[in-house]
Write a protein that binds this ligand. Sequence first.
Ligand code: NAP
Length: 450
Amino acid sequence: MTDQTATDRLRIAIIGSGPSGFYAADFLLKSEVSPTVHMFERLPTPYGLVRYGVAPDHAKIRNVINVYAKTAAHADFHFYGNVNIGYDITLEELRQHFDAIILAYGSSTDRHLNIPGEDLPRSYTATEFCAWYNGHPDYRDHNFDFSHETAVVIGQGNVAMDVTRILATPAEKLAATDMAVHAVEALKASKIKNIHCIGRRGPVQAAFTPKEIAELGAIEDCDVIVNPADLEIDEVSRAFLESGDRPSAKRNFDVLTEFAQREPTGASRRIYVRFFQSPVSINGEGMVESVTLVTNELTGEPGAERAVPTEQTETLPCGLFFRSVGYKGVPLPGAPFDEKRAIVPNEKGRVSPGLYTVGWIKNGPAGLIGTNKKDSEETVAQLLEDASSLAGAPHRENDHLNGLLADRGIRVVSYEDWLKIDTAEVERGKAAGKPRGNFTTVDEMLAVLD
Ligand code: NAP
């Protein structure tokens, strides 16, 4: 600790309260410069994708919140929930109050396939589906039509695994998780029997991780089907698999090999894990009725094979289509943005002296929650290198900022306020036999505080 007074100390704002923001806050609070850290979040609730992305049946992954809660309990940590930076207050105004700003706002939208039919009714995105079943206020009024027997999921990352698993899991099981009640009710009425999870490359190149693909084989009353022919891989893939360069690829392959040997049991639902196909059009009169897929071949170096379309196509009847081909970052008004890569351009997390970035908006939307720890440490190291030249913001009193937000009618949600909302959600959950009963509108959340 230095002996500077609160107003002399470095004042740092973090925009976004997901894992990358919390790890950055923790490194800063433990650093020699002992700054005050002020975290801004658009919603009244902290934790970003840990709350609104992690699947409800993966409760253990959410336990990482306990680590972030310890950071939040630090006397020099301040939470400003329900404040939308770039709209309620500009980035430039924020710079008047803070010596440094870290952009940690993640990737809030998703990539498109850019194929005909993508905007047809019943063509959905994995990101909106995940946000919907997790009760994100922006998505709670979305409607998903589960009245058809066949769904197609394009992409084979872990988000596609989540979507496939949730569609295949009996709704009674999901009811016992913290899944939003509106989603449980809609899924209870689901008629889905077949889910095709389709990758453009092969089983060796798939982006899912071993635990997540193995989970598909453990769903109650559900058969998982892999065509043994898809496991007859080419020499380049075989060499890569055996090189051990990516050990998880070998474990994935072993799981898929075991799936391919299973005999269907006549279960109520079936998951088909399929490879070497890309969608070229989504077809239907007024809504999704089928998808046309082209068969691919692989080309390129081991570990970097690309999918190249052949002449062979197939039209697969389906009533729901989900694209799960990755999240995408969006610009924050007033901050630089690389449109091509959909990230904030940076050098090891430094955008310019006084402006930094962490997490998915720094690197793109890849990596597990824990990946953010080292990444945020890298950015904080850049900030600390600049620290001696940063203390320049003219407004150094919290009251000045609070007054400005109050004048604009913004109801700031402090961390103490959030704890009240949290307690109310746990109480609601108890009454419904769930671990927690999350509020799904901002008004409901704020009502707890009034
Ligand atoms: P991802 O891991 O990058 O997977 C994206 C998938 O989309 C890949 O299969 C990719 O295929 C495919 N794809 C991309 N463009 C495509 C196109 N034009 N046509 C067909 N397929 C296309 O992304 P994600 O699933 O959104 O996950 C984001 C990150 O969150 C990942 O690091 C993931 O592991 C993590 N996550 C983890 C968990 C968990 O730990 N349980 C849960 C959810 C998410 P190619 O491989 O051929 O590019």
